[in-house]
Structures are given as structure tokens and as C-alpha cells.
Design a protein around this ligand. Structure first.
Ligand SMILES: [Zn+2]
Ligand SMILES: [Zn+2]
Length: 384
């Protein structure tokens, strides 16, 4: 689920000028505009992606940070950490397409555009959560402190002093939009645009709340409890609807997007829902057979080494792996790979004994074994 490169999204070179960026974004925005691609989720994603890329690259500071650190430098959980919503995107169109901040597509594509009052939306917040394999195996509840916009308590998020000091906007009479007839290259057209007086909200605050300067939101901290189900994996993203930034003046809050990071386990390697473990035995144990204790993700178990066990043999402990995230697939297995330890130093007596043993025919692989194709040999090693 890695993010695409911003320059690639806008199809520009790394040294593109601001003018080139603007032009490139305009091209993408027209191509993937939702009015032109109704109901196409793919186009909407591309549209958002382009907006996010432009938002970063058009800001000199952000661009510098992105050039230096890539997506990792774009903030996690902080303010403005990406995740644009449609309202944000449309509100920036004034700069891109010229004109008074209206959405030019309402006239280009003949659709009604966005009529009616606009609802403020809080931006999404992104956080990363690092998990151990044990936490992933059992599921876990994590408490995370995030910096975010919170609804202002003083005015209950309305932005108005006392919570009620606002009037209906006289310019749009509360509808949030105004219509006007303009001349375009296609002739006379009626365009609808967001009311410039109230910004589409339909109301004007007469007396602003002093704590939030009329925004209805204040910067703050919140401890959020996140329940992470068993079986998540590196790169997965969970989403908690409504736990992102609060929206200006009683709008709809954004979402909290939780990116899963896996801390590498010192003993096990993960392969999907299976866990892989290497168990070393001596040559005598392999030849004579033995038993051993091996770790699993939830405690130790005993395994049996059969006499004549080959190096590379894989024992499968069913159900000793990880739960699948959706639960349908059941639990994965623990695959124990048996490795025979070859001594690196020998005493004189050991050397003499081994030389003697090495001459025995039993110590030599049969011609049949030698002739085996590598795949059938591996199949033999794998316990079903
Ligand atoms: Zn306030
Ligand atoms: Zn208005």
C-alpha cells in the first residue's frame, strides 16, 4: 500500500517550476474530476491523489521536506498530514483555475455542481502504530496521544460567542450559494458559486468566540484508544471514522487512519499467517533421533526428531501461527526448519572418530538421493 511518488502523479520532472506544477495539476484535475467521471471510485481516488500531490509540491516548505525525506517526511499524526477531502480540494480551485474561488466545473460539465450549503469537513489524521508479533497474534488495544484539532468547548464548536450569535447571510439568504450569469468562451452561462460572503455556510457569525477566533476548533491533544484486531500486517491501514481533526464550525470530523508497522521478531519470521522458525540440532540427534522444546508465539511445545532426519526438514505445527484478520481462513501454522549443526572445531579424538565414521557406507548419500531433482528433494523435506 505504498504511496505513489508525487512527481509521478502529476507527470512532471523533479525540477518542475511552480507554473509547470499548476499546469500539470490542472490537467489531472480536469481529467479525473468527479463531475466528468460520475460514480467512478478510481477517478475520485486519482483526483484526490493529484490534489494531495499538488498541495505538497506547491508549498515550498513541504516540497523541500518531501524531496529530502519522501512520504515519510510528510508528517504522521500532525496537522496537515495529507488526507484531503473533496471540500478542501474544491475550495482551492480558485487559485488553480482563476476566478473567484468558484468551481468552474459546474459550468463546464453542465451538472448542478455542488449546490446548497457546504458542510465543513475535518481533515483525516494519520498515525503509525508499531506492534510486536505477540500483539499481532492476540490483537491489542493501544492508547495513542495525537495532536489534532478539537471542537472548541467554549462555543461548543459553533465559533459563535455564547453558541448562538450568528445571522443568516444576507448575500445568499442562507442558501450558501449564489448564481450569476457570466460570459464564457461557450457563450452566456449561468454559474452557481459558493457564496463569497459566508463561504457557503449560509450564516455569518456576528460575535466570534474568542477562544477559537470563530473557527469552532482549537489545537489540542487527545488520547485515543485503538483496538487492533489479531492478524494485522505491516502496511495495513485501519480507519476510525470521525476520530480525525474536528471540522470548523460544527462540521463533520475527519477520520483517523492507522498505519500498521510490524516490529521484527527475534525468533520468528512471518510469512502471511504462517510463522517460520529454525531449530538447530546436532548431527547425533539427527542420526539417532531425539526430542526438543521449541518456542511458539504462545509458549513452548515439544517436538520429536525422528532418527535419520535430514537437514532442512520442515515440521509443521498446525494452528500455531497467526490468526487471519478476517477469521475465515483460520489460523496459520508454525513451520520449524531443522538445521543440523556442523561443528567448526574438533578435538583430535573427535577428528579420528569422524574420519572412521565417514568411511562407512551409511554415511554416504545413496545414488538415488544424489540424482533427485531439487524440487522433489524439497518436497520430501516438507512434512504435510
Ligand atoms: Zn470557540
Ligand atoms: Zn452567504
Amino acid at each position: 500500500m505504498s504511496k505513489r511518488d508525487y512527481y509521478e502523479i502529476l507527470e512532471v520532472s523533479k525540477d518542475a517550476s511552480p507554473e509547470e506544477l499548476k499546469k500539470a495539476y490542472r490537467k489531472q484535475a480536469i481529467k479525473f474530476h468527479p463531475d466528468k467521471n460520475p460514480g467512478k471510485k478510481d477517478a475520485e481516488d486519482k483526483f484526490k491523489e493529484a490534489a494531495e500531490a499538488y498541495e505538497v509540491l506547491s508549498d515550498q516548505n513541504k516540497r523541500q521536506r518531501y524531496d529530502q525525506y519522501g512520504h515519510a517526511g510528510m508528517g504522521n499524526g500532525g496537522f496537515g498530514g495529507g488526507g484531503m477531502n473533496m471540500e478542501d480540494i474544491f475550495s482551492h480551485f480558485g487559485d488553480i483555475f482563476g476566478g473567484g474561488g468558484n468551481d468552474p466545473f459546474s459550468s463546464f460539465f453542465g451538472g448542478g455542481g455542488r449546490r446548497g450549503k457546504s458542510v465543513n469537513r475535518g481533515s483525516n489524521l494519520r498515525v503509525k502504530v508499531k506492534l510486536t508479533l505477540e500483539e499481532i497474534a492476540n490483537g491489542v488495544e493501544k492508547k495513542i496521544k495525537v495532536n489534532k484539532y478539537l471542537s472548541c468547548k467554549t462555543c461548543k464548536g459553533t465559533g459563535a460567542k455564547g453558541g448562538s450569535s450568528y445571522n443568516t447571510c444576507s448575500t445568499c439568504r442562507g442558501s450558501g450559494h449564489v448564481s450569476r450569469v457570466t460570459s464564457t468562451f461557450l457563450g452566456q452561462m449561468q454559474t452557481t458559486q459558493v457564496c463569497p460572503n459566508c463561504g457557503g455556510e449560509g450564516q455569518i457569525i456576528t460575535d466570534k468566540c474568542t477562544d477559537c477566533a470563530g473557527n469552532g476548533v482549537v489545537k489540542g491533544e487527545e488520547v485515543i484508544s485503538i483496538r487492533i484486531p489479531a492478524g494485522v500486517a505491516e502496511g495495513m491501514q485501519l480507519s476510525m471514522s470521525g476520530n480525525g481533526n474536528a471540522a470548523a464550525r460544527s462540521g463533520v470530523p475527519g477520520d483517523l487512519l492507522i498505519q500498521i508497522e510490524e516490529i521484527r521478531h527475534e525468533k520468528f519470521e512471518r510469512d502471511g499467517n504462517n510463522l517460520l522458525y529454525e531449530h538447530y540440532i546436532t548431527f547425533s540427534e539427527a542420526a539417532l533421533g531425539s526430542s526438543a522444546e521449541v518456542p511458539t508465539i504462545d509458549g513452548k511445545v515439544k517436538i520429536k526428531i525422528d532418527p535419520g532426519t535430514q537437514s532442512g526438514k520442515v515440521l509443521r505445527l498446525r494452528g500455531k501461527g497467526l490468526s487471519s484478520i478476517n477469521g475465515y481462513e483460520g489460523k496459520g501454522d508454525l513451520l520449524i526448519s531443522i538445521v543440523i549443526w556442523t561443528p567448526k572445531t574438533l578435538t583430535k579424538e573427535e577428528r579420528i572418530m569422524l574420519e572412521k565414521l565417514g568411511n562407512s557406507d551409511n554415511f554416504k548419500p545413496s545414488q538415488e538421493t544424489r540424482d533427485k531433482n531439487i524440487f522433489s528433494r524439497m518436497k520430501d523435506l516438507f512434512e504435510q
